[in-house]
Design a protein around this ligand. Sequence first.
Ligand code: PLP
Length: 359
Amino acid sequence: MTPIDLRSDTVTLPTNAMREAMAVASVGDDVYGEDPTIHLLEERMAEVLGKEAGLFIASGTMGNLVAMLAHAGRGDEVILGDLSHTFLYEVGGISALGSIHSCQLPNLPDGTMDIDQMRLAMRDPDDPHAPPTRMIVLENTHNRCGGIALTADYCKQVAELAAEYQLAVHLDGARLFNAAIALGCPITDLTESFDSVTVCLSKGLGAPVGSVLCGSRAFIDRAHRLRKMVGGGMRQAGILAAAGLFAMEHHIDRLAEDHKNAQILAHGVAEIEGLTCPQACIPSSGAWTNLVYFTVDGAAIGRPEFDAVKLSSQLKQRGVLAHALGSDGKQMRMVTHIDIDSSDIETALAQLRSCLSGT
Ligand SMILES: Cc1ncc(COP(=O)(O)O)c(C=O)c1O
């Protein structure tokens, strides 16, 4: 039996129609600039995001790295959230490979960082003890803050602050289409405040590989050279870009379905004794999308030893895959995506109930 895989929206498999689009794609050597499908994807994404140019990149991690290398140099400082993907899960690439220093500000539960705290974090450019503050990085949707969407208004406030200090602003928009769908706003409202934006094709959009980095022509020219430097020059990768183009055409509007499934899941989880799901009860200035985080409290059901790791392993035996996270062993994440339908959600909830009640 195929498991119900709620570990991530990166586990999706290309549909037959997507595979067909990949099979018939025109390709060429993209390091020679000769892959027409990659050009098309880069142009299409740049147009959709309201930027001058785009660059096809192997992954979200590489897109963020290349963007930061293009904006900041050795010894510069970047302001980012302490729960941001870039800080937590990108192997410290900006420091290891770019000698870029990071200033981590606390992410608030709605994925934002406090604007006043950001202002206080700005370094005095005349102080020889301080690394110069060069850029700010936001994440939308915010993964570790529950997949919450940051509003255009907040992004604008950050951009205004950045302009005051002449900083670049980069958006890790791995799931930016989810944010636009959840907020019901044009995606350009969410990109206009940024000098550069990375979006992933391989998450909710269901493509097997790839991200696109967008920004001004001059920025993308710099990023192009840096992509080659980190080994990201790909050859006949138009077969991958074709999957991205297909995803952009067919898989954006349907994200609303993933959000609906996530809401049903969150509310169902919140009703189970021993589980707490903040997003089922906390209203937010942004909006919830396709990630569902919850905590497991074994003591509340008289089984103090029961934690997220145990729950994850019991669920696996029952054909439901989900990640246990965090050092306290209490957090759990489930993610809805194109390969999950409403009956999978019902099954997952039934299995959760059964694990928690010990039956
Ligand atoms: C918010 C966010 N940014 C960036 C990435 C990195 O993307 P990739 O796995 O393609 O490197 C992820 C991956 O899950 C993510 O959730």
